[in-house]
Design a protein around this ligand. Sequence first.
Ligand SMILES: Cc1cc2nc3c(=O)[nH]c(=O)nc-3n(C[C@H](O)[C@H](O)[C@H](O)COP(=O)(O)O)c2cc1C
Length: 200
Amino acid sequence: MKRILHLISSLQGNESYSIKLGHAIIEKIQDKYPDSKVEELNLVDTEIPHLNPAVLRTFFIPGDQLTAEEKESIRFSDELVKQLLAVDIIVIGAPLINFTIHTALKAWIDHVTRAGITFGYGKNGPVGKVTGKKVYVAMSSGGIFSEGPGKANDFVAPYLKAFLGFLGMTDLTVFRAEGLKVPDVKEHAMEKAIDSIKID
Ligand SMILES: Cc1cc2nc3c(=O)[nH]c(=O)nc-3n(C[C@H](O)[C@H](O)[C@H](O)COP(=O)(O)O)c2cc1C
């Protein structure tokens, strides 16, 4: 039995390709691990707040010294960290928005990146503490970034690889529904993405 966390950051609800791709990935994970449990976190619907000065400050105050107000400020971040640490597999829906991830997914990243909890500093530099997880990324984009002229602007996959690796999640596989706005490509983009799914 695996615990799966599905992060959603699409603006397009039922029309979303990254959500469809995420569901297809989860279906294949469940084929492999039939009793798996899925938790879905829609970061856009949740209206996850941006990291702000009050929340950041609480990150550096020992838990037993937090005031009631500070505890309330940090509650959201604490819950997201607890959820992340508890799961085995994370499926991250990452639609391309203006060349990068949606701000809701970036806000989640900012809330789970906690010195001393999800990463630390060792003699040789940062050490990720979120280990033993498998991550699948369900990317969707109007253009094509895995090859051709767009490859020079393929920022999202390398960014997520770097960030997740920083926290210790080094086992990452990216699946792409791409060219969703490109004539003659868009018609088959989703089918191609779903066919590319392999669960290791
Ligand atoms: C506000 C906005 C910005 C976008 N920016 C880009 C972009 O920079 N590059 C790109 O290839 N596609 C871009 N797209 C297209 C989306 O990546 C595409 O519609 C994709 O299907 C979104 O994922 P979703 O279907 O899961 O919502 C953009 C779409 C929106 C709505």
